[in-house]
Design a binder for this molecule. Structure first.
Ligand code: NAP
Length: 484
C-alpha cells in the first residue's frame, strides 16, 4: 500500500459503533485487499452480547427518534449526503481497497450511496395519511403512518457503501433506529459511514454498527429478540431464505433484496451499438459481481455472430489490474473461492459445447483475478445459466422467436431484473410486460437509481428499496376509527 492508501485505511475507526460510542473488542478480524491478498487492517469481531448491546441502544433510542421532527431527520440526512460527497476520494479509495472495484466505479458508488440520503431526506417530510368518511357514513377513517421500530440491516460486500445507505436512509427518514451489520469482507465503508453519520448529527443509539466473522451467531439472537421489529437484508437467496424462517418466529417485517439471474435480450432490430454498450455495463459493472449483472445473454440468431465478435473485441481490450491503477476495468474478484467458482462454471459450459471467444482461463496469482471472458453457444442446461456467475463472464446463446426468448428468459426461479434491446416500441413494451422480473432495462444496461423502486419478484426478494415506496418498508400504517 502506498501512503495515501494507508492513510485512507487508517482513517477508519476499527471498533463497534454502539450507542454513539466506539467500542473495541477482545477479538478482531482481518480485512483483506482482494487484489493482493494482503491484510489492510483488523477490525472488531463482535460477540452475540455485543450485538444485543447494540440492539438495546437502538431500542432505547427508538422513542425519541420517532418523535424527532421529520424536518430535523431530513436535515441530518442532507448533511450526511453532503459529507459523503465531500469525502468521495477517501471513501472511494477505501471501497476499492477492501472490495476491489476500480476507483472510477467506487467514486460512482459513493455518489449513488449519497443520493439515497438526499432522496430519503426529501421523503422524510412527505409522509402522507388520510381522513375519509366510512362508506356507510357516520364514522371516519383516520390513517397515519408510524415507524416500524428498531431495525436490523444486513448488507453484502459487493456495494458496501450503497447497500448501507439504501437501508439506513429510509430507516432514518421513517423514524426507525437500526443496527447495521456489514459483510465480513467489507466492513470499512460502513465504519467510515458510521463516523460520518455521527458527525452529521445522528443521535446516540439511532444507528449502530457491528462487525463480525460469525454472522449467524451474532444476528440470530437479535433476530429472535422481540425488540427487533424489522429485518432488511441484501444478500444471497440461500441466506435470505434462512433468515425469513427465523423472522417467522416473531412475525418480523422483512425486506429481502436477494440474488438475480438477469436475462439480456437483443432482438435483430436492436441498435447494436447501444446494445453493446448496454451489455458491457450490465455485465462488467463491479467486475460482474452485481445482483443486476447480465447472466444470460440471448441474441437473435441473425445478429449473434456480429454481436459476439464485437463484444469479444471490446472485452479483450479491457485493462485488468488492481482497482487503484488508472484505467483498470477488470479488478479482482472478492476472494479465491469466487475465482474457483467462475473457473468451474466456465469449464462446465465448455464441456457442454460453449465456445470461448476471449478469456476463459484463470490468471496466475497474486490476487483473485479472472479475465474478461466471452462464451457463445452456452446451452441452457449449463450450470452458469442456473446460478449467478458473479464474475466477468458473458454467456451468449442464440434465439429465434420472441416467444422462445421470453420462455427461456423466464425459466428461472429468480426475477430481479431483465434487459431488452429492440427499436420496436410495441415489441419492447410487450416483452417488458411479459418478463417475470421486478425491473427491466429497455434499451439501457443499468437500472439502479435511488429515485426508482429497486427489487425483485420470485426468489429475488420481497419489497422495494429506493423510489417513492422505499420508505414504506420502514413504516406501519395505523388506522384510527373515529366516531364523531
Ligand atoms: P451473503 O453471503 O448472503 O451475505 C450477505 C450478508 O449476510 C453478509 O453481511 C453476510 O455476512 C450475512 N450473513 C451470512 N450468513 C448470515 C446468517 N446466517 N445470519 C445473518 N447474516 C448472515 O451474500 P454475499 O455473497 O455477501 O452477497 C452477494 C449476494 O447478494 C448475491 O447473491 C447478490 O445477488 C446479492 N445482492 C442482491 C442485491 C439486491 O438488491 N437484490 C444487491 C446486492 C447483492 P458475512 O459477510 O459475514 O458472511
Amino acid at each position: 500500500m502506498d501512503r495515501a492508501e494507508q492513510a485512507a485505511v487508517d482513517s477508519v475507526p476499527s471498533g463497534l459503533y454502539i450507542g454513539g460510542r466506539w467500542r473495541e473488542t477482545a477479538a478482531t478480524m482481518p480485512v483483506h485487499d482482494p487484489a493482493t491478498g494482503r491484510v489492510l487492517r483488523a477490525v472488531a469481531d463482535a460477540t452475540p452480547e455485543d450485538g444485543l448491546a447494540a440492539l438495546t441502544a437502538a431500542a432505547d433510542a427508538q422513542r425519541d427518534w420517532a418523535r424527532t421532527p421529520p424536518r430535523t431527520r431530513s436535515e441530518i440526512l442532507l448533511r450526511a449526503h453532503r459529507m459523503l460527497l465531500d469525502d468521495t476520494e477517501r471513501l472511494a479509495l477505501i471501497a476499492t481497497l477492501e472490495m476491489g472495484k476500480p476507483l472510477a466505479e467506487a467514486r460512482g458508488e459513493i455518489a449513488y450511496a449519497a443520493e439515497f440520503f438526499r432522496w430519503f431526506a426529501e421523503e422524510a417530510v412527505r409522509l402522507d395519511g388520510g381522513y375519509t368518511t366510512a362508506p356507510a357514513g357516520g364514522s371516519r377513517f383516520l390513517v397515519t403512518r408510524q415507524p416500524v421500530g428498531p431495525s436490523l440491516l444486513i448488507t453484502p460486500w459487493n456495494f458496501p457503501m450503497a447497500m448501507a445507505t439504501r437501508k439506513i436512509g429510509p430507516a432514518l427518514a421513517a423514524g426507525c433506529t437500526s443496527v447495521v451489520k456489514p459483510a465480513e469482507q467489507t466492513p470499512l465503508c460502513t465504519l467510515a459511514l458510521a463516523e460520518i453519520l455521527h458527525a452529521a448529527g445522528v443521535p446516540a443509539g439511532v444507528v449502530n454498527v457491528v462487525t463480525t466473522s460469525d454472522p449467524g451467531a451474532l444476528m440470530t439472537p437479535m433476530i429472535l429478540d422481540e425488540r427487533s421489529r424489522k429485518l432488511s437484508f441484501t444478500g444471497s437467496t440461500a441466506v435470505g431464505k434462512a433468515l425469513l424462517e427465523q423472522c417467522a418466529r416473531t412475525v418480523m417485517r422483512t425486506s429481502m433484496e436477494l440474488g438475480g439471474n438477469a436475462p439480456f435480450l437483443v432482438f435483430d432490430d436492436a441498435d447494436l451499438d447501444a446494445a453493446l454498450e448496454g451489455v458491457l455495463a450490465a455485465k462488467m459493472r463491479n467486475i460482474g459481481q452485481a445482483c443486476t449483472a447480465a447472466n444470460r445473454i440471448f441474441v437473435q440468431r441473425s445478429v449473434i455472430d456480429e454481436f459476439a465478435a464485437r463484444l469479444a473485441e471490446r472485452m479483450a481490450a479491457l485493462p485488468m489490474g488492481r482497482g487503484t491503477e488508472p484505467g483498470v476495468v477488470v479488478g479482482p474478484l472478492i476472494d479465491a473461492a469466487a475465482v474457483t467458482k467462475v473457473t468451474e462454471l466456465v469449464a462446465d459450459a465448455r464441456a457442454r459445447g460453449a465456445r470461448v471467444l476471449t478469456g476463459g482461463d484463470p490468471v496466475d496469482g497474486p490476487g483473485n483475478f479472472y479475465p474478461a471472458t466471452v462464451l457463445v453457444d452456452v446451452p441452457d442446461d449449463a450450470r452458469m445459466c442456473g446460478t449467478e456467475i458473479f464474475g466477468p463472464v458473458a454467456a451468449l446463446a442464440p434465439f429465434d422467436t420472441e416467444d422462445e426468448a421470453l420462455a427461456r428468459a423466464n425459466d428461472t426461479p429468480y426475477g430481479l431484473v431483465a434487459y431488452v434491446y429492440t427499436e420496436s416500441l410495441r415489441r419492447g413494451l410487450r416483452v417488458c410486460e411479459a418478463l417475470e422480473t421486478g425491473m427491466v432495462g429497455l434499451n439501457q444496461g443499468v437500472v439502479s437509481n435511488p429515485a426508482a423502486p429497486f427489487g425483485g419478484v420470485k426468489e429475488s426478494g420481497l419489497g422495494r428499496e429506493g423510489g417513492p415506496t422505499g420508505i414504506d418498508e420502514f413504516l406501519e400504517t395505523k388506522y384510527i376509527g373515529v366516531q364523531l
